[in-house]
Design a protein around this ligand. Sequence first.
Ligand code: ATP
Ligand code: LTN
Length: 345
Amino acid sequence: MAEPVQTPHAFPTRIFSGIQPSGGLTLGNYLGALKRFVEKQDEGIETVYCLVDMHAITVWQDPVRLRQQTREAAAGFIAAGIDPARSILFNQSQVHAHAELAWIFNCVARMGWMSRMTQFKDKAGKNSENVSLGLFAYPALMAADILAYKATHVPVGEDQKQHLELCRDIAAKFNNDFGVNFFPITEPVIEGAGTRVMSLRDGTKKMSKSDPSDQSRINLTDDADMIAKKIKKAKTDAEPLPSELDGLADRPEARNLVNIYAALAGMTPAEVVREHAGSQFGSFKPALADLAVSVMSPITTEMNRLMQDVTEIDRILGAGAERADAIARPIVNDVYDIVGMIRSR
Ligand code: ATP
Ligand code: LTN
């Protein structure tokens, strides 16, 4: 169940979130993020959603594909229910406040804080001497995304929790260093069964759009056949489903498929195992595939239709960027004044 959204003192409720156009959207992005973006919009809260293209280039992106993926992600957002009239939808690089505030935050965040970020360690791996400086600074840009709007709540998947804690630390240090109550201490909104969808090949790794294996994920652009095939081939074990969740404790792949089923059906994982107790994967997987297709294929169809008119997509992103800029510009100007920069033009 959704927790009631509580507003930190003196800051009006505003939701911000972002997704990297670093590949096609996955079922993980949909269940962990996008689906909940739509719910927040439909609750009538002010919602600002961003395709974070500047985050995407922290690892190499082919320019032609980056543009294509950004448009495709925008189409995916709209197809999933984001209404560009009610939510602000734009790509990050069109609103300069993000990059400007990120620099200020590079000077607020401490090296020690950044060095503890597990996403950096995972993505850099053994190659940490050779990754971009941007990959290390990534969470400061993310804090800038959020705080350029004084956003009070950020819906994300479980994997982003640590980055949001860093955002809170940056806001608190800025407020404290300059003796102001300028930035809110933003709340993460991480709820529901789909907040951590795991890879279909390895139940201990999250499903990710940048995983080298396409078999590891379900893409929003996969057709019904492909979805059914990937679910059929998903790694599992030989045991039937138990009747209680405890029975899945050491079965990460089985647990993952149950969680996905629950998130797609709007059930709790406990309800799913109760309903399918004793089922073999030979029957559970086709049921899951049918469910996934029924939820996703209307989105895929609409996304493909929207992609026929990229001029319209670019227009929507441009109009969203203007609305975003109207909120973020005055906030970043105030930051320059607080920090002691001269603004005389
Ligand atoms: P990349 O593979 O390029 O790192 P990603 O697929 O992990 O990308 P992001 O753009 O980093 O996706 O994440 C966008 C949003 O989707 C975030 O809120 C993130 O928490 C959520 N998300 C990403 N992967 C999953 C997942 N497997 N399960 C649930 N939520 C997810
Ligand atoms: N780091 C996030 C994407 C992201 C984001 C944000 C999410 C960039 N800026 C601001 C929420 C708020 C990720 O999912 N990897």
